[in-house]
Design a protein around this ligand. Structure first.
Ligand SMILES: [Zn+2]
Length: 252
């Protein structure tokens, strides 16, 4: 695989809570959830969790190259939990993260997404498919306390935090590697090009291939700066991660 990536925080922001790790045959992308101000029961913080979970997932992927990706995620969450046993892991506001994984093994390209960090795959016939977990997106706007009650419940949405069974709710898909032309893993700081700024997934994949992940992030920042004050919900800027993989002959 031939992989290129960009992972940038917001200038003047609290620090980048996205995470990318590229191995020879796998990619891990995480997007830590910004702390909502409620007590977390954890003395560590979002950046700590994202780094430990990313490291744990990479360890599992190296140790067991053919393991089902849901099992990889289950084990990664369990290992991250074991690193802070004195924190209150029953607190629903414990630091959490989205997860996107792509792994090549034995002729298959396996993809997994949990929460709003999708994986996009372009097959050799030119079809572009976004593999998304849209549980969070389907929720109406609500107070942070209501979000807490729905986090890691089947009535709400699932994220990687302190509940290994979140792995069972991840969305997965697999392709024969010979079927795949390219793929991307994206945090929602980049997918807002599609969700908010009118891009298509096809346009996003074409730009990633022809101009690289840096150009995609540049386009996000340009569109964000053009938004009028008060004309949008949430943050003007977000941490932005784009990983692009070319799986065709040039990338093998
Ligand atoms: Zn902790």
């Amino acid at each position: 695989m031939q992989i290129s990536s960009v992972c940038v925080g917001v200038a003047g922001g609290p620090g980048n809570e996205d995470f990318v790790l590229v191995g020879g045959r796998f990619v891990v992308v995480l997007d830590g959830a910004t702390a909502n101000g409620l007590p977390t029961g954890c003395e560590h913080g979002v950046g700590w969790l994202v780094g430990r979970l990313g490291g744990a997932l990479a360890s599992v992927l190296v140790e067991e190259p053919g393991l089902d990706l849901r099992e990889v995620l289950r084990e990664g969450i369990a290992r991250a939990c074991a690193l802070h046993p004195r924190c209150d892991l029953a607190n629903p506001d414990s630091p959490s993260s989205t997860v996107a994984l792509v792994r090549e093994h034995d002729g298959w390209l396996d993809c997994l997404t949990l929460a709003d960090s999708p994986v996009v795959v372009e097959t050799v016939d030119g079809a572009v498919t976004a593999i998304v977990d849209d549980r969070l997106e389907r929720l109406p706007p609500m107070e942070r306390e209501a979000v807490s009650r729905l986090r890691n419940t089947d009535a709400g949405f699932w994220v990687a935090s302190t509940r290994p069974e979140a792995a069972d709710r991840a969305v997965t898909r697999r392709y024969r590697t010979a079927e795949v032309r390219s793929f991307a893993l994206l945090s929602d700081g980049v997918t807002r090009l599609v969700e908010r700024f009118g891009w298509s997934w096809e346009q996003l994949m074409e730009t990633l291939e022809k101009q690289g992940p840096g150009e995609v992030v540049r386009a996000v920042r340009e569109a964000e700066l053009a938004m009028s004050e008060g004309g949008f919900l949430g943050k003007r800027h977000d941490d932005a991660t784009a990983v692009f993989g070319l799986a065709g002959p040039a990338g093998r």
